[in-house]
Design a protein around this ligand. Structure first.
Ligand code: KE4
Length: 426
């Protein structure tokens, strides 16, 4: 593959944009080399500035579940743009998308639109604190809820007390209210709750984790969190920025059979334009301004252009709910193909899969939490990533990400991907 134009564009970008990118993971720091600059995309394929074609397993990190430049979404956006993109005033289409989302997702009465998953999670935590009158939250090592200060936290010195910042710029004052637990460790959560009795507003979790690679909660853990929250008056916050409208109409709440108190969305709900959202039962959402005292706002929140993309996307998914099964079947096919190749190569590996989320870890231990996910061999991952890239397969440039299949992927694309893996580990 030739990447000359991408490399030249990257050098130019670095003159004006920190690291040459507007989001760090795009810079290929974890895998080395210069990032690919995309010129255009259609369906399952990306076309870079050097004329290379790639089968895409990122789908813009999740939003493009029906493939790039999906006609009904593009047509809706073009039509809406001609009538103005944003007014800073209420529009009917916001209610249309809100009504549709509420009809698809269990256990929510009202939804507030924002502009990113970060904003959705940040606002949901403020709402939980305002509703409960308590300050602390529990999050899980390896879960990512966007870049709001309260989430950029690592285990503190006394892991059973409070966290410490994992980024400069996050203050100790903020970090003290975030407690860190390990994914799938229910006893650890119980200990944190006991030590901080009566002080915890919320437990926030990725119900199927996608930021440590794909990690699945065990039943006892995820149902146990619900029980703890019921007993302790803690709100359970499901960060469904990845899983929402990807695992099924009702997302992780539906497929896991666990009700959250507040659910956060992003990615698919915007159809590829910037939309985030958070939703809950009426008694909680009515605490939000302007009806309630918890403040939250946004110039472009619910702007009709983004709403038009989200409405077209969710309308399609609501109409064709067989897409979710089709995506899960394709992901299973990829899993089986990878298994058949890697089993013969004598390389330690684990494959985690849930619905259309899947990740490959080069370790012989099951990957069930952050500690086990970091044991993956990153040198092998780099070889895998670049070997697949050379074969025209675009994977997440980090071992700590989930792949996101899109329904424009054909079985021929999947088999081409499996064949590429064979050559990577000749
Ligand atoms: P955004 O602010 O990036 O829209 O959403 C933050 C977020 C919240 N919750 C979950 C579960 C998420 O996965 C994300 C963002 N996901 C990353 C991929 N791991 C986006 C890619 C990026 O940061 O560039």
């Amino acid at each position: 593959m030739i990447y000359q134009r991408s490399s030249a564009l990257f050098q130019e970008a670095k003159k004006y944009i920190p690291g040459g990118v507007n989001s760090p993971v795009r810079a290929f720091k974890a895998v080395g080399g210069d990032p690919i600059f995309v010129k255009e995309a259609k369906g399952a394929y990306l076309f870079d500035e050097d004329g290379n074609r790639f089968i895409d397993y990122i789908a813009s990190w999740g939003p493009l579940i029906l493939g790039h430049a999906f006609e009904p979404v593009i047509n809706a956006v073009i039509e809406k743009a001609r009538k103005g993109t944003s007014f800073g005033m209420p529009t009917e289409i916001e209610t249309e998308l809100a009504r549709l989302a509420v009809s698809m997702v269990p256990n929510i009465d009202k939804i507030r639109f924002v502009n990113s998953g970060t904003e959705a999670c940040m606002s949901a935590v403020r709402l939980a604190r305002g509703y409960t009158g308590k300050d602390k939250i529990i999050k899980f090592a390896g879960c990512y809820h966007g870049h709001s200060d309260s989430f950029l936290i690592q285990a503190g010195s006394g892991a059973l007390t409070f966290g410490s910042p994992n980024s400069p710029g996050v203050t100790q004052g903020t970090a003290k209210d975030t407690l860190l637990a390990d994914y799938n460790d229910l006893e650890g959560v119980k200990k944190l709750v006991a030590v901080n009795k009566g002080e915890i507003a919320a437990i926030i979790i990725e119900p199927i984790a996608g930021n440590m690679g794909c990690i699945i909660p065990n039943d006892e853990f995820i149902h146990g969190l619900r029980e703890i929250c019921n007993q302790e008056g803690i709100l359970l916050l499901f960060d469904e920025v990845m899983t929402g409208f990807r695992l099924g109409k009702g997302g992780a709440q539906e497929v896991l059979g666990v009700n959250a108190d507040i659910v956060m969305f992003g990615k698919v709900i915007g159809g590829g334009l910037p939309v985030g959202a958070f939703a809950a039962r009426e008694e909680i959402m009515n605490h939000l301004a302007p009806d309630g005292p918890v403040y939250q706002a946004g110039t472009l929140s619910g702007n009709p252009l983004a709403m038009s993309a989200g409405l077209a996307m969710l309308t399609e998914l609501n109409k064709r709910s067989e897409v979710f099964e089709s995506l899960a079947d394709k992901t299973e096919h990829l899993h089986e193909g990878f298994d058949n190749v890697l089993r013969q190569k004598g390389i330690p590996y684990q494959i985690n899969r849930f619905g259309s989320m899947i990740s490959l870890h080069f370790t012989d231990e099951p990957v069930v939490d952050f500690a086990s996910s970091v044991k993956g061999n990153n040198q092998t991952f780099k070889k895998y990533f670049h070997g697949m890239l050379e074969k025209g397969i675009y994977l997440p440039p980090s071992a700590f990400e989930s792949y996101f299949l899109n329904d424009a992927l054909s079985y021929a694309d999947l088999d081409e991907t499996i064949a590429a893996l064979t050559s990577v580990f000749e």
